[in-house]
Design a protein around this ligand. Structure first.
Ligand SMILES: [Zn+2]
Length: 330
């Protein structure tokens, strides 16, 4: 039995037909975790959908109304890049409920996973890039409303910039000077942008030459050059985490553990290995554990040529948490 909970529902499946987003990945992760003995059936909790009230903590009433009534414009649906249906709305509300439950359990057990979510391209008033609503932002705002936390930090390691996250939590940021310390890099120099944060500090490590074209300022943006590999990536992640935690004291870290920095990803242009991605997960968990900051995990993207690889990368994140936070009884 794991010393933390995994939030999952078969209804996380996104009804989007043939699509580059492998909608069945959630079920396959669930099944693989059990088959491989990493988790048992009792480690899983089933979420309830978020309430409209929860979703409205982040999203604009007119956008929520359009989603509930199926009245998005053609342009709005195209921008979302997934076909609208009432079933799809239910799946996203459920994913947001899963992130709320994961946040609650992370605050209790130090770590919890939503085996889904991480829809970091959703904005208050529209969806983008396979994301309808921003489950992580909804979970953060709900924890704040319930007075469970005052501050949070998002650590977004999906290969794509967390534009929705940055926009939602932009607050009253002003750009600051570049960070003083930079790790040695053998590849081209990443650009690091840094800005003041409100009550939620946002970190995004992403490939600069990739979607989204317009990248609103996060608290820390690490714009990585194409093709960066394990060691450089891990050095930049370490740097961003320590810089962020020097500036800000979060009561919850939301780790967006995208599988798409993988070298075989169809929508990514970085060169991380499966082993490197596991080291990435371990690094995030070790930092959270050492500083005693609860961490909730969501999965975001992953478009490996072989879906099996995406499943492996996501399952390894659970294994990394088990290594760092210890197995029950050990
Ligand atoms: Zn992505």
């Amino acid at each position: 039995m794991l010393p933390f909970k995994l939030i999952y529902s078969p209804d996380y499946y996104l009804p989007i037909g043939q699509h580059v987003f492998p909608a069945e990945k959630y079920r396959r992760i669930h099944d693989r975790l059990i088959e491989s003995g990493v988790a048992g059936p009792d480690d899983f909790l089933t979420p309830e959908p978020a309430s409209d009230q929860d979703v409205l903590l982040v999203h604009r009433p007119d956008y929520v109304q359009k989603l509930k009534t199926g009245t998005l414009s053609v342009r709005e649906e195209m921008e979302m890049e997934i076909p609208y249906s009432p079933e799809l709305v239910r799946a996203f509300w459920l994913a947001a409920g899963g992130s709320i439950l994961a946040a609650q359990h992370a605050l209790r057990d130090r770590v919890a996973f939503n085996i889904g979510g991480g829809f970091h391209h959703a904005f208050p008033d529209h969806g983008e890039g396979f994301c309808m609503i921003h489950d992580v932002a909804v979970a953060i705002r709900r924890m704040q409303r319930d007075n469970k936390i005052r501050t949070a930090m998002t650590v977004d390691c999906d290969v794509h910039h967390g534009n929705g996250t940055a926009a939602i939590f932009a607050g009253t940021r002003v750009p600051r000077d570049p960070l003083p310390s930079r790790p040695a890099s053998t590849l081209g120099q990443p650009t690091l942008r840094n800005a003041h944060a409100g009550d939620v500090f946002t970190i995004s490590l992403h490939q600069h030459n990739n979607y989204p074209m317009y990248k609103p300022l996060s608290s820390i943006d690490v714009d990585l050059p194409d093709g960066i590999g394990d060691d450089d990536y891990l050095a930049w992640l370490d740097n961003a985490l320590s810089s962020g935690l020097r500036q800000f004291e979060p009561e919850l870290i939301c780790y967006i553990a995208g599988a798409d920095p993988y070298r075989e990803d169809q929508l990514g242009g970085l060169s991380l290995t499966i082993e490197g991605l596991k080291r990435r997960d371990e690094l995030v968990f070790r930092v959270c554990s050492a500083r005693n900051i609860p961490v909730m995990v969501t999965y975001a993207g992953g478009y490996a040529r072989k879906v099996e690889d995406t499943v492996t990368i996501h399952c390894n994140t659970v294994a990394a948490a088990r290594q760092v936070f210890g197995a029950a009884g050990s």
